[in-house]
Design a protein around this ligand. Structure first.
Ligand SMILES: [Zn+2]
Length: 166
């Protein structure tokens, strides 16, 4: 192989790496600066409907709660359930985390937070173990949650003002 051949191979590899890196950065920026795609929003909505059905079957309650997404949650917090000053219930999911795995957010995090929300609805406000009581765990499992262990590092129930939403 001639030197000039090696040089042109080197240049082609370098250029393609730069282009690929550019695409990755661009996609990242697009994700950060835009709302979640309609497909993901539909998946959240479908899951909410499914959870509502499960709650009706198991608890004979017609319960649903607003679910919003925000990129202002700390990175290590996937979602949070809030009991507001107006005695309303709210679930916020960490928008940034959808980029890695929407399946995790929808099948693991959403039922987990919904179980906290239903606890509020039932008037159970225990903050023992960050609200991850035995009853919470039962509800989480009833909602087909996949992340229902009682020992979690982050506190994901809040009372009072609603943070993270502009
Ligand atoms: Zn929790």
């Amino acid at each position: 192989m001639t030197i000039s051949r090696i040089k042109s191979i080197f240049i082609i590899i370098t250029l393609s790496s730069i282009i690929i890196l550019g695409i990755v950065i661009y996609k990242d920026m697009m994700f950060q600066n835009n709302p979640l795609s309609p497909e993901i929003l539909k998946k959240i909505d479908d899951k909410k409907r499914h959870l509502q059905k499960l709650i009706y079957q198991k608890y004979h309650l017609n319960f649903t709660t607003p679910v919003q997404t925000s990129d202002k949650l700390p990175n290590n917090l996937f979602g949070v359930a809030i009991y507001t000053q107006q005695n309303e219930i709210q679930v916020i999911l960490n928008k940034k985390r959808f980029q890695e795995s929407e399946e995790y957010m929808i099948d693991y995090v959403l039922p987990h937070e919904y179980a906290h929300a239903l606890m509020f609805k039932l008037g159970k406000f225990s903050q023992t173990n960050g609200g991850h009581t035995l009853l919470w765990q039962k509800i989480c499992l009833d909602l087909e949650g996949k992340k229902c262990d009682r020992y979690v590092k982050h506190n994901d129930i809040l009372f009072g003002k609603v943070p993270y939403l502009e």
